[in-house]
Ligand binder design. Structure first.
Ligand code: ADP
Length: 252
């Protein structure tokens, strides 16, 4: 078998430089996208709100007059608009998170805060949340990890309509990566969806229940932390979402 061709040093330098330029361009593109998202979402928010209000008023009159066909058309309009409202509100949340300042924190603390925030919802869904954290896990740089963890808990609850268990654990890997694992006993996902699950607007939830933006936003936030996220089906059923974050203790 022929050996791998050795890249001459000057060519390797050019490749390195072009990769660095590409990363910089990606970062700038993301920052522009974040600013644009915020402006567009704000701009759309008001008129959509107004339209929704007038649609609801018109709906009431149509219902009183018993106009079946008109009611059907208005219902379609309202569903479409409600989906837009949901997407815009998630985009606004995303644009706000783009500018969240980074601070050094323990992942365990953020997980504990996220569990506390989602506790009542979990109780309603008959889901027990437990956690086991590695002792003395070092700090990581956190911009919006709280938002990511809340979203992963929310998704886990949605995947357990008849109740179940969510176990959240942390560990430190040999390469100084802090790992947070979310393991639920829910319905899991179809293996063919493993690659598209993080794509924007991919959702298997009913109309009005999901926009398909949650995981795409989480992935983006984690990548801004120089980390990564994976999703897999758990061997005994349910799914495992894992977040890998570089440790930053000692870094100013
Ligand atoms: P949404 O929650 O609005 O559908 P997400 O991007 O958060 O958007 O999730 C996309 C899809 O990924 C969900 O619709 C669901 O099919 C799948 N998914 C996410 N979390 C889980 C989970 N814990 N268990 C099973 N499937 C999940």
């Amino acid at each position: 078998m022929p050996g791998r061709e050795k890249i001459p040093p000057e060519k390797a330098d050019i490749i390195k430089k072009s990769n660095a330029q590409k990363r910089l361009a990606d970062t700038e593109r993301l920052a522009t996208l974040g600013r644009l998202t915020s402006k567009v979402a704000h701009e759309l928010n008001n008129p959509m709100d107004g339209i929704l209000r007038y649609l609801n008023l018109a709906m009431r009159i149509v219902e009183q007059e018993n106009l079946e066909k008109a009611k059907e058309y208005l219902t379609q309009c309202r569903q479409g608009l409600m989906r837009m409202v949901q997407i815009v509100s998630e985009l606004l949340e995303f644009s706000r998170s783009t500018y969240a300042p980074f601070e050094h924190v323990r992942v365990e603390q953020i997980i504990a805060d996220a569990i506390k925030t989602m506790e009542a919802k979990a109780e309603n869904s008959k889901v027990r949340i437990s956690s086991s954290c590695a002792p003395e896990t070092p700090e990581v740089r956190s911009g919006n990890l709280f938002q990511v963890f809340c979203n992963l808990i929310k998704n886990a609850l949605d995947a357990m309509p008849d109740g179940g268990q969510l176990h959240i654990s942390t560990r430190l890997e040999a390469d100084n990566t802090v790992v947070a694992e979310f393991r639920d006993t829910g319905v899991g996902f179809a293996p063919e969806n493993a690659n598209v699950i993080f794509e924007p607007f991919f959702t298997t939830k009913d109309r009005g229940k999901g926009t398909g933006l949650g995981l795409a936003i989480c992935k983006d936030i984690i990548e801004r932390h120089n980390g990564r996220m994976t999703a897999e089906n758990a061997p005994g059923g349910g799914s495992i979402f894992t977040v890998y974050l570089p440790m930053t203790a000692g870094v100013s």
